[in-house]
Design a protein around this ligand. Structure first.
Ligand SMILES: CC(C)=CCC/C(C)=C/CC/C(C)=C/COP(=O)(O)O
Length: 275
């Protein structure tokens, strides 16, 4: 079956009327700033076209049908869908808000003097200290219950690196232009910003700690604050747009739920606990 584009080209060659029609559409489009041509374009609406086609007695009904299809397709290209407009608006707000909050993006930015502090917050949510710390605790742990929790935290941290890497590799959204790429220890996918790996880790680890460690109330509050500050610092440092962090936070929560579902225990994976 020929493609619609091929059959339309063949149809144009066979019917000079179609060619004229196509050219008139192009002419109107190039003169979009001219009010007269805008008026002409209004008369190109499918309704108006129907009338003018009906008055052409020489064209067959099949030709009329094909000619009526052209402007309709054209309208779809000229008028973006509601979803398209909503997404573009969201993107514009996202970029504007991210630039406004990115007050520590450079030393010379309005909060540039807080940049070293923000970079410390960044390290507190980095993968290396978390994985190294978990391995150390695993080595030091002397109870089976403790080992089970720590082993699952390690599993969660590794799974987080893999899932974030996959999504970053698929979406390939560049980091904000005001970001300075001076981050410590990154993978190649970390040139991309969606989602924020720090936000996924902060959300997942904080939920993990709140659910599996016995912590005093002030410490629980500190854990929650840490997750929020790490996430906010990503936008303040100019590393991410707001939507990267919001999605990252959501993804971190989902990852925690996945870890709960896949929980490694002596009964499900005895070989891991036989050390
Ligand atoms: C043991 C091992 C494979 C550790 C690798 C840890 C590592 C290099 C993680 C990357 C962490 C990072 C820089 C994530 C990027 O975070 P964003 O918030 O900027 O997306």
């Amino acid at each position: 079956m020929p493609s619609p584009r091929v059959s339309r080209a063949a149809n144009n060659a066979a019917n000079p009327m179609n060619k004229i029609e196509f050219m008139s559409l192009l002419t109107n489009r190039t003169n979009s700033s001219d009010p007269v041509s805008v008026r002409h374009r209004a008369s190109d609406s499918p309704v108006h076209r129907k009338d003018s086609f009906n008055s052409t007695s020489s064209t067959s009904s099949q030709q009329q049908q094909q000619q009526q299809q052209l402007p309709e397709e054209d309208c779809m290209k000229l008028n973006p869908s509601f979803l398209g407009i909503a997404l573009s608006s969201l993107l514009a707000v996202d970029l504007w808000l991210s630039k406004t909050i990115g007050v520590c993006a450079r030393e010379g930015s309005s909060w540039g003097s807080a940049r070293p502090l923000m970079k410390l917050v960044e390290i507190s949510g980095h993968g290396i200290p978390w994985i190294a710390g978990t391995l150390y605790c695993l080595y030091k742990s002397d109870s089976n219950a403790g080992r089970e929790v720590i082993l699952n935290l390690l599993f969660a941290l590794l799974l987080d690196l893999v899932l974030v890497g996959i999504v970053k590799g698929i979406v390939k959204r560049r980091r904000p232009i005001h970001n300075r790429m001076d981050m410590f220890a990154t993978f190649s996918v970390d040139k991309y910003s969606f989602p924020s790996g720090h936000a996924t880790r902060a959300a997942m680890v904080s939920r993990f700690m709140l659910n599996h460690l016995v912590l005093a109330v002030p410490v629980r509050i500190l854990v929650m604050l840490w997750a929020i500050v790490v996430s906010l610092s990503r936008v303040m440092l100019g590393r991410h747009n707001v939507t990267d962090v919001l999605f990252g936070f959501f993804m971190g929560h989902m990852q925690y739920s996945l870890i709960e579902y896949l929980w490694l225990s002596p009964s499900t994976l005895p070989a891991l606990f036989r050390m």
